[in-house]
Design a protein around this ligand. Structure first.
Ligand SMILES: C[S@@+](CC[C@H](N)C(=O)[O-])C[C@H]1O[C@@H](n2cnc3c(N)ncnc32)[C@H](O)[C@@H]1O
Ligand code: SF4
Length: 400
């Protein structure tokens, strides 16, 4: 185990009552493999010809043990298998990880255990196996309900295959979310509205709706740089797409609870809430990040991103690298993550983290412009402020 400073002693303190609504504790497992690489995606995902799942399961178990030595036995509110494509994991790999996690931490009665799935690798028997192992929520990468758009996004599945995968997931799990990407090449507002309405008819109570972002180091990033990625909406049209999305989803009873995440009240992703409410989470797997409170300090954890070295390192010193966060880092992170939530952040918590009082009178301009709302101890970005979220956060951050 590598540390950028003296290794902290295992946690002995009682954490405040662990609750995903105000923080809590989660476990993120990163599975870094996919069947093919999508041209827009800059996630830590790799195409491998052969994967020894037994070796991988053993490696996750080893890193779980090392992390648990640091955290002590805490109440676990959520587990999230993200990727990559975790639906390529064998069910016994998932089961082994869950069995070991339950040895190290106490599962909350209402623990949420999510697994991300790609419609191209959904198999009914596998899904039943995940369910039997304890997974209780699926997040499916549908991406579009339009075959031409799926081809342009480089996806390997059709709309029909996506819908069949959704129905398989829904017949096995009570909680199924799916992802769609919008502001795609040549997409029209009318087309997106129809697609959203169709998506709403599919009976999910949670959807993640992402605007296509063009990332450096991806195929789309390179095409864009060469001027060959045509038909993308400009910023103003992008804002109109965002507004339309909010209107349609709000009218259907799935308002956004975070910039890109929509849910019927009560169906929010608990795992996401842990990130956005500055809770603790252990991150295990290539490139996984974590945040751990140990004693009176908070640490950012990272792991080696490349799959082969990560696997090799689990057999020797382990992959966990830790950096102690100073108070301002913690406060800035809470601001940055928490203001993505519609519910906003608690001012007293922000001030406690920063160790200073936020001069509220200097927020007056943002409030007067209708971008910010302050209600006693809550600070929220309004719907008007949301398209300018980063600029709003920047102004507040200057006051910390
Ligand atoms: C790890 S993937 C989900 C599971 C699976 N790998 C799949 O793609 O079906 C996470 C999600 O991030 C979104 N995403 C990835 N890259 C994106 C980009 N450049 N712009 C917008 N959304 C993106 C996609 O909606 C994708 O479903
Ligand atoms: S979008 Fe999903 S399937 Fe495509 S490369 Fe990224 S992680 Fe893999």
């Amino acid at each position: 185990m590598k540390h950028s400073e003296a290794t902290p002693r295992p946690a002995t303190q009682q954490h405040d009552v662990e609750d995903w609504r105000t923080g809590g504790f989660g476990l993120y497992i990163h599975w870094p493999f996919c069947q093919s690489k999508c041209p827009y995606c800059d996630f830590n995902s790799h195409v491998a010809t052969s994967i020894d799942q037994q070796d991988w399961a053993k490696a996750y178990v080893q890193e779980l043990e090392r992390t648990a030595e640091l955290t002590g036995k805490r109440l676990l509110n959520s587990i999230y298998f993200g990727g990559g494509t975790p639906s390529l994991m064998r069910m016994d790999t998932v089961e082994r990880i869950l069995v070991h996690a339950s040895k190290h931490w106490t599962f909350a009665n209402d623990i949420e255990i999510t697994l991300e799935a790609n419609p191209g690798s959904v198999d009914a028997a596998n899904f039943r196996g995940y369910h039997a192992a304890g997974v209780n929520r699926i997040s499916l990468g549908l991406q579009a309900l339009d075959d031409l758009a799926l081809r342009m996004l480089g996806r390997m599945h059709t709309v029909d295959e996506g819908l069949r995968a959704l129905s398989t997931a829904q017949s096995t799990f009570d909680r199924v979310s799916f992802d769609l990407i919008y502001t795609r090449q040549n997409q029209t507002m009318e087309g997106w509205q129809k697609e959203l309405e169709r998506a709403l008819s599919l009976g999910s109570s949670h959807m993640s709706l992402y605007q296509l972002s063009i990332e450096n180091g991806t195929v789309f990033g390179e095409r864009f740089a060469r001027g060959q990625l045509l038909g993308l909406p400009d910023e103003n049209l992008g804002a109109d797409f965002f507004d339309l999305t909010q209107d349609v989803m709000e009218a259907a009873g799935l308002p956004s609870y975070e910039v890109s995440n929509h849910a019927r009240p009560g169906s929010e992703s608990r795992h996401n809430m842990i990130y956005w409410t500055a809770g603790d989470y252990a991150g295990i797997g290539p490139g996984a990040h974590g945040r751990l409170t140990i004693g009176a300090s908070r640490y950012a954890t990272t792991m080696q991103p490349s799959p082969a070295p990560w696997l090799a390192q689990t057999r020797t010193s382990g992959n966990l690298e830790m950096e102690k966060l100073v108070d301002t880092d913690c406060a800035l992170e809470y601001l940055l993550m928490g203001l993505r939530l519609r519910a906003g952040i608690t001012l007293s918590r922000l001030e406690k983290m920063a160790g200073k009082r936020l001069p509220r009178n200097q927020l007056g301009d943002l409030v007067d412009m209708g971008m910010l709302h302050i209600d006693e101890d809550m600070l929220q970005v309004t719907r008007r402020g949301r398209p300018l979220l980063n600029a709003v956060i920047e102004q507040i951050a200057r006051l910390l």
